[in-house]
Design a protein around this ligand. Structure first.
Ligand code: FAD
Length: 384
């Protein structure tokens, strides 16, 4: 039997960030249990790496206000790189409704302390990127500290720092059962049993299965997302931000010598589907060439495209904090497409809640599990 103060189930970016924050706060007897032989085989290794503070709900904005400066100072703090590139996010509105929505979000973001966000006129966007078909763009919003990170490096940096300072990572180890006796959990794994007073569920799209081990129905469902990288392409600037076409949700960003294309296919249904669907390429290239006419010349190798899973909750916000039914069992699940950008804040919030029972970073009751039963869902509409 191995004994730990905190057992973290899942060694993706969320489990790694929680391990980092716990150890940094002085709680060093932490074990992270990861099923795969290497970290990053879940959603973290499939992510687009976008980080942004341009959200519509205050709690999402607050989480980004911790997370983005964390990424900006990552190397200084941890001594490992995360490749934060503050190239911005540019939302392009094609209707007055979209513009009113961006304006309302902008006002909330500024009140909460976001400094580098601004509304931009259609003409400014046309001036910035003459390659866009912008006849219908009425304006937009841009935040220069939004941008991209390398999710794999960020995950490895957090976990390596935590391991360097006392945490243990067990790879190749599957959690097969969790039971509770006299205030202590026994976590059965394929390696050894772990005894811990606190367990954190960081199992990504598999988190509902872990919650079921302690009798909890967790509303987290997998939803496939596909990404298409292009071959090298130099007819659009590589200094570009993430550009979002609000007319249909198509968005893209520079990646290596090419671009990474994304679009949320509304026909996608919940399930553990991780095959890349070749028909998606035509769907996305049609939208790409519609917004960026020179993208007609893009070359794509279908073998380099991939699919991964978003961990969706009913209100597109994560579920964070202690279970009301099983004391000592904590959730860090359901990031609905934002788990990379919000993993630093999640690490800090969970570490605060585990070690002190409270946090100043957000009003944690907003994201607790009880909100579903109590009808307190908070909908995020700025999802990509
Ligand atoms: C295509 C795509 C694009 C995305 N783009 C972005 C983006 O631009 N920005 C952003 O912020 N987010 C993005 N996301 C979302 C983001 O990747 C996820 O929210 C985030 O990676 C979740 O991290 P995690 O650590 O919770 O989960 P994961 O990375 O999935 O880690 C969970 C881990 O738990 C392990 N595990 C599961 N069951 C067990 C068990 N029984 N025992 C032991 N270990 C177990 C798994 O092996 C896995 O390693 C994207 C996701 C996808 C799929």
């Amino acid at each position: 039997m191995h004994t730990a103060d905190v057992a973290i189930i899942g060694g993706g970016i969320v489990g790694s960030s929680i391990a980092y924050h716990l150890v940094d706060a002085g709680c060093k007897n932490v074990v992270v249990i990861e099923r795969e032989s290497a970290q990053g085989k879940g959603s973290t290794g499939k992510s687009m790496g976008g980080v942004r503070a341009q959200f519509s709900t205050p709690v999402n904005i607050q989480m980004s206000l911790y997370s983005i400066p964390f990424y900006a100072s990552f190397e200084e703090r941890l001594g490992y790189p995360c490749d934060y590139r503050p190239q911005g996010y540019l939302f392009c509105a094609t209707s007055d409704n979209h513009m009113a929505y961006l304006r309302a979000n902008y006002e909330k973001q500024v009140v909460l302390g976001l400094k580098n966000v601004r509304l931009v006129a259609g003409d400014e966007i046309r001036g910035m990127f003459p390659q866009l078909r912008a006849d219908d763009i009425v304006g937009g919003s841009f935040c220069s500290t939004d941008g991209f990170v390398d999710p794999y490096s960020a995950m490895i940096g957090c976990m390596t720092w935590a391991s360097d300072h006392g945490a243990i990572l067990w790879k190749n180890t599957t959690v097969t059962g969790v039971s509770r006796h006299e205030g202590c959990f026994e976590i059965a794994t394929t390696r050894d049993t772990v005894s811990a007073r606190t367990v954190v569920n960081c199992a990504g799209v598999w988190s509902a299965g872990i919650a079921k081990m302690v009798g909890i129905e967790l509303p987290v469902e997998p939803l496939r997302r596909m990404l298409v990288p292009t071959e090298p392409f130099d007819q659009f600037p590589h200094t570009a931000p993430m550009i979002i076409d609000m007319s249909n949700g198509f968005h893209f960003r520079p990646e290596g010598r090419g671009f990474l294309l994304a679009w949320n296919d509304p026909e996608e249904t919940a399930g553990y589907k991780t095959d890349f669907e070749p028909a998606f390429i035509e769907k996305i290239l049609t939208r790409a060439a519609d917004r960026v006419p020179v993208f007609e010349n893009l070359a794509v190798n279908p073998k380099r495209a991939w699919a991964g899973l978003y961990e969706m909750t009913p209100d597109h916000h994560p579920i964070l904090g202690e279970s009301p039914e099983v004391p000592g069992f904590f959730f860090a699940n359901g990031f609905s497409g934002h788990g990379v950008m919000h993993s630093p804040a999640t690490g800090k919030i969970l570490s605060d809640l585990i070690l002190t029972g409270k946090t100043d970073l957000i009003d944690a009751s907003l994201l607790n599990f009880s909100r579903f039963a109590e009808g307190r869902m908070i909908h995020e509409t700025a999802i990509l």
